[in-house]
Structures are given as C-alpha cells and as structure tokens.
Ligand binder design. Structure first.
Ligand code: DAH
Length: 340
C-alpha cells in the first residue's frame, strides 16, 4: 500500500485534467465509492492495529489534501469553461432586432367587417348563402324572366352538370329567398358574399367581386325607412356625413326600384375621372320588394312589404381607401396590400 505513490499519481492526474468531465473521471478513479483511496480506507480494518493507525492517518490526510486540490482545480476549470461559453454565446445587444412578419387583414375584409358591424347595431342578422346556385333562386324566384340577358351563357358561368342547371351566383339576391323560406317576418338580414360574372376585366370590372345585400320585411315598411337606414350606414361607414340622391331605376325583383348615388369622395363632388366628371357615384341598387318575389318566398304581399338593396363591397372599399383599380384587390400584390 504505497500511499505516497498514490498521492503522486493522483496529483499528476489532476494536473493533466483539461476540463470538468476529465476531472470528474480522475475523482472517480481515486475518491468515488470504488476509488483507489476509498478502497484503501475501507480495507483498514484488515490491517494490524499499529499499521492501521499509521496508514489510516496518511490516507485520511491524503483524502483531505486531494479533496482540496480537486476543489481548487474544479473552480479553475469551471471559470475557464464559463469564459469559453460566454465567448461562444455572445449576443450583440446593440444589433437591430429581426422584424417578425405578422399578417394583417385584406382591405375587403376590413370593409366587410365594418359593414356587418354597422348593420348588426341596427338589428340586422348577418347570414351566408351558397356561391353555387340553381336557376330558381338566382333568377326565377327573383322575378327574372326566362329571356333576360343575365341568363345568357355570356353573362353567367354555368356549371357543366347533368339534369339540374347550376351556376355561379351572379348576385347575392338569391339569399333573400333562401332566408325568407326559413324565417318568418319581421326580417332584417344582411349578406356579404362573393358573386361571379362573365365579364372582361378592367379598372372597375372583375369576374368575381363582393356584394352586400340587405333585406327588411315587416308590416309597415316604406322607402323612407330605407333612405334613413342607408343614410345612417353611409355616414358611419365613411365616418362623415355623405350626400345621397335616389333615382328611379329598374330591377325585376323590386317595384318601384331606385338607384342611390353618393357624392364622389375622390373629388369631393367636383367631378373627376372616377365619377365621369359628374361628382356623383352610383353606389346602391334597391327598391321595394316586388309582390311576386314575396309570393315566391311564401309570403302574402297584402300583409308584408319591405325593401331590399345591393351594394358592391369592392366599390365601398375603393371609395373608403381611395383605390382606383378593382384589380388591385385581387392581385395579391404585397406592395399594395402592405399599405393596409
Ligand atoms: N342584385 C342586383 C345586382 O346584382 C343588386 C340589387 C338591386 C339588389 C336591387 C337588390 C335590389 O336587393 O333591391 O345588380
């Protein structure tokens, strides 16, 4: 049992350890449960008494001594390791941050939500209808005759189906019928949805766009109610008083029908290219629901009456945000979209 030799070996091993894991191994070799020095201390009782005292003393002294230099060496290595880690994990706190790209709402969605919110506060329910329609809902139930040009294949996208003639809806008005079939008056409903038309595209025409369709049915509804509601809506949507005018017009599903113009917000009514120099913009188609249309939806026109209207959501959006080309709304061009 050469304690001195053991001491020399241990000191040299500790000195050679380059990092904490290596030092750990050296600790295991000498001082752990199965370490050389531990085993010596454990076997002391097998020795004769005098020798036991002598070896015991030496071994315990060595144990204390080794523990001490282990601790010192360990502290040194730890500091060294921290310095290396600090260097490796250095963060430049003065560097500009990386901007996280967050999505945002499309201008049409912003406008849609605003329109829906305004009508909801006036008691209208916001509902949806199918984008694929049949002839009955899109045309017949709305009093649109068989020979109407809108039913031509050049105005409407017809689907290639078997017996039933299906089409991509050309307006949101069919939802009026669907809603009336399932809901009894009094009715206040609003639809914002996509529609499709066989059109050549230009700055104000697209093959698909959005409409806001409104319907109010009750026992005592007049055009004056309509005018008040639409005036309130426009004022709130554009966040300022808007001048409007009603002109007589024609739609098969309303009688009488009218068109609502509003002052052009691009030129403040002075006249510009967007309003064809008139200062007015045609915004809304509307009228008192035609008695036939009430009948087709199962309501007796003697008791019930109401108004309906349809507005282009794209037009509202373009006026609100001063956008001069409808195609920008569908282009997916980030240079445009990032402005909202
Ligand atoms: N559906 C018509 C269109 O697409 C818009 C419209 C006009 C809707 C008058 C209505 C209405 O509800 O009463 O041009």
């Amino acid at each position: 049992m050469d304690i001195k030799a053991l001491k020399n070996r241990a000191i040299s091993d500790i000195a050679k350890a380059k990092d904490l894991p290596e030092l750990n191994l050296v600790f295991k070799k000498y001082l752990d449960k199965q370490g050389e020095l531990t085993l010596i201390l454990r076997s002391l009782e097998e020795l004769p008494k005098l020798r036991r005292i002598q070896v015991g003393q030496e071994a315990n002294q060595l144990k204390a001594y080794l523990r001490d230099i282990f601790d010192k060496k360990g502290a040194g290595l730890k500091e060294k390791a921290m310095k290396v880690a600090e260097k490796k994990e250095w963060i430049d706190i003065t560097a500009p941050g990386k901007k996280i790209l967050a999505g945002h709402l499309h201008p049409l969605t912003l406008a849609k939500r605003k329109v829906e919110e305004i009508f909801q506060t006036m008691g209208f329910s916001v509902i949806e209808g199918p984008e694929i329609e049949n002839e009955w809902y899109n045309f017949d139930a709305l009093n649109i005759p068989k020979d109407h040009p809108a039913r031509d294949m050049w105005d409407t996208f017809w689907l290639k189906t078997g017996r039933k003639k299906l089409l991509l809806r050309t307006h949101t008005s069919p939802v009026q019928i669907r809603y009336r079939e399932k809901n009894q008056p009094p009715i206040r409903m609003l639809v914002t949805g996509r529609l499709f038309r066989h059109e050549a595209t230009d700055s104000s025409h697209e093959i698909n766009f959005y409409q806001v369709e409104g319907l109010m049915v009750d026992k005592d509804i007049s055009a004056a109610n309509f005018k008040a509601i639409i005036q309130e809506f426009l004022n709130r949507f554009f966040e300022k008083p808007i001048s409007i005018r009603l002109r007589p017009s024609f739609f098969p599903f309303t009688e009488p029908s009218f068109e609502i113009d509003m002052t052009c917000l691009i030129c403040q009514g002075k006249g510009c290219s967007v309003c064809s120099k008139t200062g007015w913009l045609e915004m809304i188609g509307a009228g008192m629901v035609h008695p036939n249309v009430l009948k087709y939806a199962g309501l007796n026109p003697k008791f019930w009456q109401g108004f309906a209207f349809g507005v282009g959501l794209d037009r509202l959006t373009m006026m609100k945000y001063k956008i001069n080309d409808i195609r920008l709304l569908y282009s997916g061009d980030l240079r445009f979209l990032n402005q909202f």
